[in-house]
Design a protein around this ligand. Structure first.
Ligand code: SIN
Ligand code: FE2
Length: 211
C-alpha cells in the first residue's frame, strides 16, 4: 500500500439511509484490521457465548478495549475481564480507535469515545437475531460497525420489533454508523452464505461507548 495514502477514504460518500443511520461504503482497507484481530484472538479467544435456555450463539465473539460485551446464562453485561481467563480484555489498538472516530465523525458524530469493541466472527450459517443495542449507559453515543471479509445481509428494522426489515448487503470495508433517532433501531444479520471464490468468513467490529 502507498504509505502516503490516507488511512480512510473520507471522500467516500456517506449515505443517510434513515435519520441518524449512515452507510459508509468501502471506507477502510481491512487487511490490517484482520491482522490485529488475529493477534487479539491469541489473548482472548473467539467463543460461542451462552444465551438464555442453555443455547450458544452461532456467531463467535471476542472483545478488545476497557469493556467487553458478554452473554451468559445470567444475561448480557459489559465486563472489564474476559470470563475465560479472568484477565483484562486486550487493549484496543490505536488504529481501531482512529477508525471508529473517523467513521463517527464522517457521519456527523464528532465526540465518539468508544470504550468497547466487540469482535464478531461469522462462519457459514452463522446469524445474529434481530435485536436492539441497549446495554450501554449513554445512548447519546452512536454505534460504529465495521464489516470485514465475506458479504453479509444486514437487516435494518425500526424502533419497534414489529416493524418491517430492510435488507442491506454489507461488503468488506463497509462501515455503518447509527445514533440519534436511530440509536435503538432493531437490527440483525442473516445467516452467512459465503459466495464461491470469496472469503468464507466474515468479521465485524462493533464499537460502542459502554460506560
Ligand atoms: C451487531 O449487531 O452487534 C453486529 C452486526 C454485524 O455483525 O454487522
Ligand atoms: Fe447489535
Amino acid at each position: 500500500m502507498d504509505p502516503q495514502a490516507p488511512l480512510f477514504d473520507t471522500d467516500q460518500t456517506c449515505v443517510e439511509l434513515a435519520e441518524g443511520f449512515f452507510m459508509l461504503s468501502a471506507f477502510i482497507d481491512t487487511a490490517p484490521l484482520l491482522a490485529q484481530i488475529e493477534l487479539i484472538a491469541t489473548e482472548a479467544m473467539f467463543r460461542h457465548m451462552q444465551v438464555g435456555g442453555g443455547k450458544h450463539m452461532s456467531v463467535a465473539m471476542s472483545n478488545c478495549g476497557p469493556w467487553g460485551w458478554t452473554s451468559s446464562s445470567s444475561g448480557y453485561q459489559y465486563s472489564h475481564t474476559d470470563p475465560l481467563t479472568q484477565r483484562p480484555w486486550p487493549s484496543m489498538p490505536p488504529s481501531f480507535m482512529a477508525l471508529a472516530q473517523a467513521a463517527a465523525a464522517a457521519a456527523g458524530f464528532d465526540d465518539f469515545e468508544p470504550d468497547a469493541c466487540l469482535i464478531n466472527r461469522y462462519a457459514r450459517g452463522a446469524a445474529l437475531g434481530v435485536h436492539q443495542d441497549r446495554d450501554e449507559r449513554d445512548l447519546g453515543q452512536p454505534i460504529v460497525s465495521v464489516s470485514i471479509g465475506a458479504t453479509a445481509t444486514f437487516q435494518l428494522g425500526g424502533l419497534k420489533r414489529s416493524e418491517s426489515l430492510r435488507s442491506l448487503p454489507l461488503h468488506d470495508g463497509d462501515v455503518l454508523v447509527w445514533g440519534g433517532p436511530s440509536r435503538l433501531r432493531f437490527h440483525g444479520v442473516k445467516a452467512l452464505k459465503p459466495t464461491a471464490g470469496g472469503p468464507d468468513t466474515r468479521h465485524n467490529l462493533t464499537f460502542r461507548k459502554a460506560k
